[in-house]
Design a protein around this ligand. Structure first.
Ligand SMILES: [Zn+2]
Length: 460
């Protein structure tokens, strides 16, 4: 077995790792590289291998940095099966379509406003072809992706359907076991289960996004949400929550539903104003097999934890515009999470200069994004070319990250006997975070921890 690192090597996005066994080739993830337009465009259009030579793909989860380049792979000749959990397949159908739509709109914008002609990386037709190549495999079920290699998915607890893949094979008279973690989630999340233990392995391809970093101390999110909602009602304003459509939005709906079930949620309309979030919530409803024990118990009394009195899903643009004109207190949850695009921009344009309103951030904002500018307290921000004075109150709540932090990663990996692991490869992280995590793993007794570069090939 050989392993080649073809993406997310010393970077966070573009996950692609290639295994070759007896001439057959397995691609682990086919993620999109996300960064500056020209660089991303170049990297995403060129693979380190000929897509037509790949026999199968195994997909860890639906996030675009892990799945988003599948349509390019198919467009360039990949005709094999894509193995993923049922929830990952279903999330991919909406997330890849959304990605195709963004690229098509981007290309149109560049042509009409800047006279630059670029072809979208892929279109909705390419996504349709990708969806026909999926084969879904439930968690904890053996399958044989290529002759002589057995595989099994374990719950990674990071996103609905996210999986740690374990592969097993016999070579030169010995039995080998390899785990690819994808992204690792956290324990005690609102909807998802804790990450699954997968036992001892010989080789570990491990993510390291939060190496050397710790999440902020968690607050009681339900009580904090109540405090912020009460304040908005008192001021007769609006609460605008920029949120990631898949994952974080459903967590918030779940918390609000819980408050509603306990008769603690005030009488206030809550709008989910994002077509992608609405579709994603529907996929969440379809996959109770991914819910943790407390959500499963809840289903006996509340068959739909994503529906409560006052909640309105607004898919149509006219409905979204109506929210903008509303004169009474309300909660608006809209994408994108970092305020770079989507309907949240319209709500911020209407609302950010009014003192009675509140903007609530639920997580990380990347540098230079509008979300970062508002969150760090800029006095003026630019929205659709107009300058707006920030008078709305700005709040931030942490605790909803889907990624295990440094200590949580170490705690999770402590179920493995470190002395039995032959090689650990750290992927999916910035180099300084990876180095911090490498040192910590070595202190825990893991030998041969390496941080591969893109294009590195190792013999297993
Ligand atoms: Zn992810």
């Amino acid at each position: 077995m050989t392993l080649e690192f073809c993406g997310a090597a010393q970077t966070v996005t573009g996950s692609q790792h290639l295994l070759t066994f007896n001439g057959k080739r397995i691609l682990l993830d086919c993620g999109m590289f996300q960064g500056r337009r020209e660089e991303a465009n170049r990297i995403n259009r060129t693979f380190l291998f000929d897509p037509a030579t790949i026999d199968i793909v195994i997909l860890s989860h639906a996030h675009i940095d892990h799945s988003g380049n599948l349509p390019t792979l198919v467009k360039n000749g990949f005709t094999g099966t894509i193995y993923a959990t049922p929830a990952t397949r279903d999330l991919c159908s909406i997330m890849l379509a959304d990605s195709a739509m963004i690229q098509t709109k981007d290309a149109e914008y560049l042509l009409h406003h800047k006279g630059i002609l670029i072809e979208p990386l892929y279109t909705i037709d390419d996504v349709s072809q990708v969806m026909q190549q999926f084969q879904s495999i439930p968690y904890h079920t053996d399958f044989e992706p290529i002759p002589g290699v057995k595989a099994k998915f374990y719950d990674a607890g990071h996103l609905l359907g996210s999986a740690i893949t374990v592969l097993e094979w016999d070579e030169k008279g010995s039995h080998k076991r390899l785990a690819f973690t994808g992204d690792i989630g956290r324990s005690n999340r609102p909807i998802l289960k804790d990450p699954d233990f997968f036992g001892n392995v010989d080789y570990l391809i491990c993510e390291s996004t939060y190496g050397g970093r710790l999440h902020e101390k968690e607050v009681d999110l339900r009580q904090e949400l109540l405090r912020i909602i009460d304040d908005v009602i008192y001021k007769r304003g609006k609460l605008i929550i920029p949120a990631f459509s898949v994952g974080r939005t459903q967590d918030i709906i779940y918390y609000l539903n819980d408050l509603s079930n306990h008769h603690q949620l005030p009488n206030i309309p809550v709008f989910i104003d994002s077509p992608l979030a609405i579709s994603a919530t529907h996929v969440f409803r379809l996959h109770p097999e991914c819910y943790n024990e407390s959500v499963r118990k809840l289903l006996y009394n509340d068959p739909d934890p994503f529906e409560f009195k006052g909640l309105k899903y607004t898919r149509e643009v006219v409905e979204s515009k109506r929210i903008g004109r509303l004169k009474k207190p309300c909660v608006i949850i809209a994408g994108s999470g970092m305020c770079e695009s989507g309907r949240v921009l319209h709500h911020l344009g209407h609302g950010i200069s009014k003192e009675r309103n509140t903007v609530l951030f639920l997580g990380y904002n990347a540098p230079y994004t509008l979300g970062r500018k508002i969150a760090q307290g800029d006095k003026y921000v630019n929205i659709f070319g107009d300058s707006h004075k920030v008078r709305a109150k700005v709040e931030q709540l942490s605790g909803l990250s889907g990624h295990a932090d440094h200590d949580e990663l170490l705690m999770f990996l402590s179920h493995i006997n470190a002395s039995k692991v032959d090689k650990v490869f750290l992927v999916h992280g910035e180099l300084d975070h990876q180095e911090a995590f490498k040192t910590a793993l070595e202190q825990k007794g893991f030998k041969s921890v390496t941080i591969p570069s893109k294009g590195d090939i190792v013999e297993l």
